[in-house]
Design a protein. Structure first.
Length: 363
């Protein structure tokens, strides 16, 4: 999809949407070019991600490809048809992420969702906070089924979210979002830098991604089963980043006033087979370049028995999804600033007394 075509789409939208979106998009780049550049671009001066054990750790040097982005696109394409049956987890995270938008007290003329999937954030945003909304995803079939906001002019584009921020001119976006997509990005340092460049001063980035403790029950069960049956361990679950790594990368990209918090969402399944079936339906199955291509049935049956023995509750097995939420700001004149050291009027040791006197006054 070229941006000349995108401009024709935008020309039929309300004036407020045309004004903010046309001025923000760099028309010298096409969505197809952006998607293709994900597999060819490399920057020797950019920090990269590399696998170290079961977690994604930050390294330096040439850009290392950890995930097969083409495979991830195919997985999303395959899941798009029946995605509504498996979007329960993503929908919950999208709701919680959208709730954080209301922590941003300023009105955003243009907000962009990088890696929107089937557009689960859009229904939770309203005209009181955002003027126009753009959502992008690498999967064309997901974009075709993407939901829209009932109140805000919305446009959906096919573009690889890893490099999609380069589509936008510097200092053109008021609010950037990403919901459960960043954990599949190869070049996280580069992604954060591109988002930072696209944000206006006082602009905010709000994101959610899976953390390193996600699916630890499944990982442990598979490893123990393979050790028992095969005498070794191979990779079946993609690595996830540490919370501290995400904070460090955003700091290095230039973001200030960072807020990071973690939710552990536990979901119960009837068996390990149902869990793996749902992961495939969510398009959250592994696309690591170093993954094992095959899983022996004998190993899977052993893993099922181990899973039930170690993590069963009321005839169900639990699966933990650790979700890292981040909020970062591009500094500007109106960016919230921390209070100066020593400026507090009340000491923490006096808080109990203050609360007591307040309740007495109310009575």
């Amino acid at each position: 999809m070229s941006f000349s075509f995108t401009r024709r789409i935008i020309s039929h939208l309300p004036r407020v949407f045309r004004r903010h979106t046309c001025s923000a998009i760099d028309t010298s780049i096409t969505a197809r070019t952006v998607a293709a550049s994900a597999t060819t671009s490399s920057d020797s001066s950019t920090s990269s991600a590399e696998i170290k054990g079961p977690r994604l750790t930050v390294g330096t040097g040439k850009n290392t490809q950890v995930f097969d982005r083409r495979l991830k696109r195919l997985q999303r394409d395959k899941s798009a048809e029946n995605f509504d049956a498996f979007d329960y987890l993503r929908n919950e995270v999208a709701y919680r992420l959208a709730d954080r938008i209301y922590d941003v007290k300023k009105f955003s003329d243009l907000a962009v969702d990088f890696g929107c999937g089937n557009g689960l954030v859009a229904p939770h945003i309203f005209k009181e906070n955002i003027g126009a909304f753009v959502q992008l995803d690498v999967s064309e079939k997901m974009i075709q089924k993407s939901k829209k906001s009932a109140e805000i002019p919305t446009i959906s584009l096919v573009a690889d979210e890893e490099v999609a921020p380069a589509m936008f001119k510097n200092e053109s976006i008021d609010l950037a979002l990403s919901c459960l997509s960043m954990h599949w990005i190869n070049d996280l340092p580069g992604f954060f830098k591109r988002v930072y460049s696209a944000l206006k001063p006082d602009g905010a980035f709000i994101g959610a991604m899976f953390g390193c403790n996600t699916l630890y029950e499944l990982r442990c069960s598979l490893q123990l089963a393979e050790m028992e049956r095969m005498g070794g361990v191979s990779s079946h679950i993609s690595p996830f980043a540490e919370t501290t790594d995400i904070g460090s990368l955003m700091n290095r990209a230039g973001f200030k006033m960072l807020t990071l918090d973690v939710d552990d969402i536990c979901v119960k399944y009837s068996s390990i087979y149902k869990l793996m079936y749902d992961l495939q339906g969510m398009a959250e199955n592994s696309c690591s370049l170093h993954r094992s291509k095959h899983l022996n049935r004998d190993v899977l049956d052993a893993a099922s028995a181990i899973y039930k023995a170690m993590y069963s509750e009321d005839e169900f097995v639990r699966a933990t999804f650790q979700v890292i939420y981040v909020i970062g700001w591009r500094p500007g004149p109106g960016t919230p600033q921390p209070a100066k050291r020593g400026s507090a009027q009340v000491s923490f040791k006096d808080i109990g007394g203050v609360a007591g006197s307040s309740s007495e006054t109310n009575n």
